[in-house]
Design a protein around this ligand. Sequence first.
Ligand code: DQA
Length: 141
Amino acid sequence: MKILILNGPNLNLLGKREPEIYGNTSFEEYFRNLQFEFKNVELSYFQSNIEGELIDILQKSAKKYDGVVFNAAAYTHTSIALADIIKSIHIPVIEVHISNVFAREKFRHKSYLAPYVKGVISGFGLQSYSLAIQSFLKNQE
Ligand code: DQA
């Protein structure tokens, strides 16, 4: 199984950015844990601060991966363009958030992506990514 983990804006700052919310671990460090945890899964990782780059990657992902674990970060709450591409590609996308967006500011309660994804996992820290991968594997059984 081939899974893409796609991270949106400011998630390159994980470990340094608001550690009280997002923790002290960089995503590169956590990605190594995921590779160890899921040895039978071919995991790829990409991060961009640019909406158009995320769209380009999603457009190409249907041919390359069986599923996408997507943390669109702040674009979750703003991007019709990302919602449109998720709606158009024929592979499952799971929306993840490190923090519990529903326990935070009201503007974070709205997700433009949620209607078009397979499911949303929010609030389990970095473990949100692991839970998403587990759900892809369970569905494969
Ligand atoms: C986030 C939550 C978003 O509201 C925020 O803009 C982020 C990260 C999370 O993983 O908790 O950048 O997606």
